[in-house]
Design a protein around this ligand. Structure first.
Ligand code: ADP
Length: 266
């Protein structure tokens, strides 16, 4: 029984063995708890959109709406929830592959500037719609890095999506530079609502969202940053965050460059 404590008061070999067993038991309990929590979260996250879909589908099917306008509203919600569900399933699938160590990455020499330009262009319309200035300051002639082009796009798409989502007005900046001889630094900074200091240690955890009310308002699955971090680390990079509530958030992503690639390119 994991709850049973082995006596660790004796300062001898038996004592240290008992300590080791207790530590193991605590780890195992924590692991079980986090798994239980994970599955509870998954079920909840899957159930919510399905409930909406079922409910509104019935209303539309049975003609229980007052106007065409109202019907359209219900269909819009259904579409949104279906999109959310699709995204959630894709995210879960990615996480499962990563857990099994089966993430197939197609690594090749990547022009990171081109990747960032593509993602920024794709998000530009959304920024304009929200009245947010999206500024990119991308250094020229940054050396290539080894990575998976599609996955890199996914990483920056996730981060930019969050930046735009959690910013009401102001700017989102995407910056690329060669930080040292070994690595590039990509910073994504926003002037949004920020993340409270006490929540900051947890934001890369699965399903973690700052405040439940905020999560409902902004949608999202709480898996985005967990996946983003995994994907970055799988490609040899790192991610750091700094944020001030009410002021904004910055993510710094670093990737090693391919040595001497610069000479080969020019
Ligand atoms: P979600 O799908 O809910 O956005 P993420 O894993 O991408 O999940 O992010 C986790 C939480 O971190 C979000 O719910 C949000 O509260 C917070 N967060 C992420 N990016 C930002 C940002 N740029 N500004 C403010 N809060 C953020």
């Amino acid at each position: 029984d994991l709850e049973t404590r082995v006596d660790v008061s004796t300062r001898d070999e038996t004592g240290s063995l008992a300590q080791a067993i207790n530590d193991l038991a605590v780890d195992l309990k924590r692991y079980r708890d986090s798994r239980r929590e994970f599955f509870a979260n998954v079920s909840h996250e899957l159930r919510t959109p399905i409930t909406y879909l079922g409910g509104y589908a019935r209303i539309v099917k049975e003609g229980l709406y007052q106007s065409e306008e109202e019907k359209k509203q219900y269909l819009t919600i259904m579409h949104k929830e279906a999109t959310r569900l699709k995204r959630l399933i894709e995210d879960l699938f990615d996480l499962a592959k990563m857990e099994e160590g089966k993430m197939d990455l197609e690594m090749e020499a990547i022009d990171i500037k081109e990747v960032l330009e593509n993602v920024v262009e794709r998000m530009q319309l959304r920024a304009e719609e929200k009245g947010i200035d999206m500024i990119s300051t991308l250094e020229n002639n940054v050396p290539f890095l080894y990575g998976d082009g599609m996955r890199l796009e996914q990483i920056f798409y996730n981060l930019l999506e969050n930046a735009l989502c959690y910013t009401e007005k102001g700017t989102v900046t995407v910056d690329l530079k060669l930080e040292s001889e070994e690595r590039v630094l990509i910073s994504i900074e926003d002037t949004g609502i920020g993340i409270p200091a006490e929540e900051q240690p947890y934001i890369f955890e699965r399903f973690y969202r700052v405040e439940k009310s905020r999560a409902r308002k902004y949608g999202g699955t709480g898996l985005g940053l967990a996946i983003t971090k995994e994907l970055i680390e799988w490609q040899g990079g790192s991610i750091d965050m700094s944020s001030q509530e009410g002021k904004g958030t910055r993510f710094d992503i670093r990737f090693p460059i391919i040595p001497d690639e610069k000479e080969e390119q020019t």
